[in-house]
Design a protein around this ligand. Structure first.
Ligand SMILES: [Zn+2]
Length: 476
């Protein structure tokens, strides 16, 4: 029997407002423990919350970008639970009426088909503090308490770990492009929980669910779901009864383990937050927010394919982050060679950035300088190979390509006469190889080309070298 997974994701995204959701404290990441706090976010008796308008605006913005409907009348609720990082012993969130509902994200499957993944709801809420476990005991830092979050709950429309990864990638690129969150998974501003069950392929009846916490990187997400998928399929095949549970992904061990049996919604005793009024969202406000939404990544990708004639694959990679998309567009326009711009950015530049753990905004050179490099290569001033060396220097120093080429004396030699002299000299110096060639070994021509490039320190135009080596060999 063939099985398939049924996966739903719950993604928490920290909003990039300057201040917290119910007070004026800073939302800045880090800082000395308990320095971004006040009576309200510490939950001291008598302190009252005041809702930050920007949080609602960002919630609406995310909802519109994710094709949701907006609940024009909604409210905040209390979710009661006791935990040291939750200073009021309840979290202010939205239960019955979230700010957005019923949207979707379109992902592209490996076979090129598009699939809509439903979004059940998006609600706004406050984040909890952080526990630090030390040798001296557990400490709590409330800097994060009250930082605004949106929680985006998908419908159980995902059918494999790969689809889940695609969904999260798309969601991340949309949220960061509309600038409601910086989506830094390593700083916890994008966090992912999910649930999975398995069922016979094509069935309509879902199996028993496991909820998985703590999948805080793309790698973790895919590995945790793969692990759970296998565990569930094994159990079903062996006739074992699975229990609905909440599990934690252990990155180091590569396994999930059960934390607790699932609490039910009524364990939280949700009730309306009496310290805050009902929210009334006007049509005018929704329209105003709609106008502030920039071109979304998939719209940009489609335009890049049309305007610059680059492959669809390139366009989808280049639009994963807005910084990369903007950088590419400037280089493509200035260099008038979009494919070269795409090759440099997706190839050498991405490799260097990954190696140095950098992002586009950390690059020392700007789009005009990369466009200049492409132009000097296309003009034949330097070869593509020398271009890679120039790029490495640009990456290190941020200097103009022309300055680097001059300083290092890298200008390409296109002088056929000079190159002919070098070819002749190398053939004279290698009589054995010449004999090899005469005996029928045509591959030694590549050896000659290599020697000529070495003798000219890579500066000879490789096309001309090839041409002359072939021409001289034919005379032997
Ligand atoms: Zn505060």
């Amino acid at each position: 029997m063939d099985f398939e997974a049924v996966i739903g994701l719950e993604v928490h995204s920290e909003l990039s407002t300057d201040t917290k959701i119910f007070c004026g404290c800073s939302t800045e990441f880090g800082g000395q423990p308990n320095t971004h706090v006040c009576p309200t976010c510490l939950g001291l008796p008598g302190a009252l919350p005041r809702l930050n308008k920007k949080v609602v605006e960002y919630g609406i913005k995310a909802g519109l970008a994710l094709n949701c409907s907006i609940n024009k009348v909604c409210r905040m609720d209390r979710k009661n639970y006791f935990y040291p990082d939750c200073p009021k012993n309840y979290q202010i969130t939205q239960d019955e009426i979230p700010v957005c509902h019923d949207g979707y994200i379109e992902i592209e499957l490996d076979n090129g088909d598009k699939k809509k993944i439903g979004i059940e709801r998006i609600h706004i809420e406050e984040d909890a503090g952080k526990l630090l476990h030390t040798d001296a005991g557990s400490l709590v830092d409330y800097n994060r308490a009250g930082v605004p979050l949106i929680e985006i709950v998908s419908k159980p429309d995902l059918r494999s770990p790969e689809e889940a990864t695609k969904y999260l990638e798309k969601l991340k690129s949309i949220l960061s492009s509309i600038e409601v969150s910086d989506c830094k998974m390593e700083q916890g501003s994008l966090r992912c929980d999910g649930n999975i069950s398995v069922m016979p392929k094509g069935s309509l009846e879902f199996g028993v669910r496991s909820e998985i916490k703590n999948m805080n990187s793309f790698k973790a997400l895919e590995k945790a779901f793969e692990y759970e998928y296998k565990r569930h399929v094994e159990a079903v095949k062996n006739g074992e009864e699975l229990e609905q549970d909440t599990r934690r992904w252990d990155e180091a061990k590569g396994v999930t383990f059960a934390m607790r049996s699932k609490e039910k919604a009524n364990d939280y005793r949700y009730f309306p937050e009496g310290d805050l009024v009902t929210l009334n969202i006007s049509d005018e406000w929704i329209e105003e927010v709609r106008k502030s939404i920039p071109e979304l990544p998939h719209e940009k990708a489609e335009r890049f394919v049309k305007e610059f004639s680059i492959p669809k694959y390139d366009a989808s990679v280049l639009t994963l982050t807005m910084d990369m998309a903007k950088f590419f567009e400037k280089v493509a326009v200035e260099s008038k060679d979009a494919k070269a711009a795409s090759n440099w950015l997706m190839g050498d530049i991405s490799r260097l950035m990954n190696k140095n753990n950098m992002e586009v905004k950390d690059l020392k050179f700007n789009p005009s300088q990369l466009a200049e490099l492409i132009k000097v290569i296309n003009k034949g001033t330097i070869s593509n190979n020398i271009g890679k060396k120039v790029l490495n220097s640009m990456f290190e120093s941020g200097k103009d390509p022309k300055v680097i080429i001059e300083e290092k004396g890298l200008i390409q030699n296109n002088d056929e006469g000079e190159i002919l002299e070098v070819v002749k000299k190398i053939m004279e110096e290698n009589p054995k190889v010449v004999q090899d060639y005469k005996d029928g070994n045509k591959r030694v021509l590549g050896f000659f080309v290599g020697l000529v490039m070495k003798a000219t320190k890579g500066k000879a135009n490789p096309q001309i070298v090839n041409k002359i080596v072939n021409q001289e060999a034919s005379k032997l």
